[in-house]
Design a protein. Structure first.
Length: 175
């Protein structure tokens, strides 16, 4: 669950099934008491039309926590620029980075670093389009070592330079 709408959907579904809960967060719901197997099936079935599902596998749950933490890192205006990504992730989740990386790779069949880079480039796109920030500002905000590093990484992922991406987006928007 990664958005406000998802939280609203989960709240509506829980209310409709009369499942008491204490808290709904992104990716996590704290119910007041353990669900019966029948209620779990009902809840899972009610979530399916919204492409949401219960997760019971502890490794998959950890991977979702990793993903949400990474996304959250980019949404924060100013993260700890002095701390490496791996240290920040370990500190936030209170687990060894090697364990996090190995679990992520096992479940996703891709590396945590690739996911991190993809999400970082998605954030760059958002900042270009919706915030109108310059590449220099984005480079600083997302803790790139240089503007050229950001541009190289952006082109590797998207096939376009940030300038061409912006121009392409603007021409589609005004077409």
């Amino acid at each position: 669950m990664v958005c406000v709408r998802c939280k609203m959907i989960v709240k509506t579904v829980l209310d409709s099934l009369e499942i008491p809960y204490q808290q709904i967060e992104l990716g996590r719901v704290k119910v007041e008491k353990e669900l019966t197997p029948e209620k779990r099936v009902q809840l899972n079935a009610a979530l399916q039309p919204y492409e949401l599902a219960l997760m019971d596998n502890s490794k998959k749950i950890l991977v979702e926590r990793i993903k949400l933490t990474i996304i959250d890192m980019f949404q924060q205006a100013d993260g700890d620029r002095m701390m490496k990504f791996s240290e920040q992730l370990s500190k936030t989740l209170q687990l060894d980075y090697t364990y996090l990386a190995n679990t992520f790779s096992e479940v996703e069949e891709s590396t945590i670093e690739k996911y991190y880079i993809l999400k970082k480039i998605e954030r760059v796109k958002q900042l270009i389009i919706y915030e109108g920030m310059s590449i220099k500002e984005i480079s600083y905000q997302l803790s790139y070592s240089s503007v050229s590093h950001l541009c190289k990484q952006f082109k590797l992922v998207t096939g376009l330079t940030p300038a061409k991406f912006k121009k392409s987006w603007e021409s589609e928007r005004f077409a």
